[in-house]
Structure formats: structure tokens, C-alpha cells
Design a protein around this ligand. Sequence first.
Ligand code: NCD
Ligand code: ZN
Length: 346
Amino acid sequence: MTDTLTIRRPDDWHVHFRDGAMMAAVVPHTARQMARAIVMPNLVPPVTTAAMAAAYRDRIMAAVPDGVDFTPLMTAYLTDNTDPADLAAGHADGVLTAVKYYPAGATTNSDSGVTDIAKVQGVLEKMAEIGMPLLLHGEVTDAEIDIFDREAVFIERILGPLVTRIPDLKIVLEHITTANAAEFVSAAGPNIAATVTAHHLVINRTDIFKGGIRPHLYCLPIAKREVHRQALRRAVASGDPKFFLGTDTAPHARHTKEAACGCAGIFTAATAIELYAEVFDELDALDKLEAFASLNGPAFYDLPVNEATVTLERADWTAPEAVEAAAGEKVVAFKGGETLSWRLAG
Ligand code: NCD
Ligand code: ZN
């Protein structure tokens, strides 16, 4: 039985850092374990231009603790009015790594998202030409589509036709939650990949209602049936390079989740790499963890792998229940207060 595991330092290909005091509180949790992270642009107002992304990157860097090696990789928020020349210039300058597509109204702070994918055809063609990845929040927003079907319907109606229309576009289907998504991505060409969160490998939709409603397990895309969780677990344990680590760590102050209309988002940065290790251990696939956490993402994004390493050890520990976000404000940590079986050494 493996009791310690040393891997190249991982990267997180999907994080929400927010801004201000919340950002200052959460950035150290990601930076302690991840060398780089793709930072989502859904601030209020959203990060829509290269100049806004450069300014946001500077604010994030100021929140990284001294002596910690961490690089934020920035994204621009796609709108109906995005200027392809600004994206291309930001990409060429190294300010923008990728572009995030939120269907308007799909999730937290997505009101300025794309109202119809036809409106951004020119931008997407430009991105394909310059090799700039498109990161998809893959859910349709139509009120008549059941919330548990929104990802599968997005794949059918939007993603499938998009891949046919612009076959060279690099696409990451973010935070996949269904067998449909895992199957679509593994059958697609090498320019289509997916991130998988820790929480979608750990919970299914029944957990959200265990003994009462559990607002801290509510996120979008919402967790699905157990068969889907099993499909995601098989996908990550398969070693298929199309799947890589993206936590979708999404902090919200406790009172905004424990509310009559609670926010979507699960804060996983306090426990992420530890939970992935636990899942891969349960799947008898610890030998596949390094590729998932540290190799497949850089290969997709054409970035070098990290030279530093981290060591995980099999040892029980209890994660903090919550982290302090600002005076009197707490963010509840996923699996905080519970016993975890792997921890980051050192
Ligand atoms: C994210 C957030 O809070 O910004 N929420 C979530 O449930 N995942 C937005 C998102 O990625 O959908
Ligand atoms: Zn997200």
C-alpha cells in the first residue's frame, strides 16, 4: 500500500478568486498547493478586456503570500460585444491565457454572458486561428430544461454543432458532471478536453438533500445522479489525458449560502488536492494522479510542466470548518471539519 506520493506540483485549471478581502483570504489556500491556476473572470463587473485582466492579475499577485511560488493565468469573459483584436493582442502579450464562455444567466455573475453563440462566431474563429482556448460553462439556460439535464442538452445543442462548425477550436468543457460529458470529451479530437472538480467526484445529488437541504453542497452545474459520479470517477482513473484537475473553488460568504435563495458555488481550495488523492486512492489509481493533476493540463495548454514537487501522505487530519473571509465573514470549506485520509506534507 502506497503511503506517500510525490508528484510534480499540480495546477488548478479553474478557480474563482473574487476580489478585495475575499480574494486576499482565499488566494493563499490555492497557492499552498497549486503552482498555477486559471482564474475565472466573473467579477462584478466582469473581466472583459486584456487591460482588466492585467490589472486583476496584479491584485491577485499582491495576495500571494511571500515566498510562495504561484502564477495566476488570466481569462477574459466573453460577451456579445467582445473585440477579437483585444483578445488576440492580450493572448500575444501573455496576459490572457483563455476565454470564458458563460451562457447569459447560467450561473453566479453571468448576466453579461453570451445570449446566442451565433453572435460570437467571428471571435471564436479568431481564437481557433491563434490557438486560444475557449473554456465553456456547458449548461443551457432555457427555463423549460430541467436543471439536471442542462449539461447534456448543452452538449447536444451547442457543443456538438460548435465542434463541427469550428473543428480546430481548442475547447475545455469545464467542471463536467455527467456521463454524457465524459463520453463526448473522450470520443472527441485532441483539441477538446474537460476539467473535473473534486466535489463532483465525491458527492451526488442525493447528498445535497441528506437529512435536510445542504446549501454548501449547491453549485452549478449541480451534482447529478450516482451513475454520473461513477462515470466521472472512471474517466479520471482511466488516465485519459483529456481530463484534468479544475476545482471550480467558488467562495461565497456563509450567510449568502445559508439563505432563502442561496448562492451557487462550493469552496474547495482548503481541501482540494487532498480530496483528489483520496478519490484516486479509493479507485486504486494513485499512479494516475500526477497526470491528472500536473501533466495533462499543461500539455493541453501548451505550457511547461512544473519542476517543483509536492508530497502527499496517507494520514488522518481534520480540515478547518471554515476560513475567515473578512471581519466576521466566513466561507465554509468543502469537507471542512471532517476527517480526511490524505494530507499535503511539509
Ligand atoms: C461559480 C461562482 O460562484 O462563481 N459557481 C458555481 O456554482 N460553480 C460560477 C460557476 O463556475 O458556475
Ligand atoms: Zn466556475
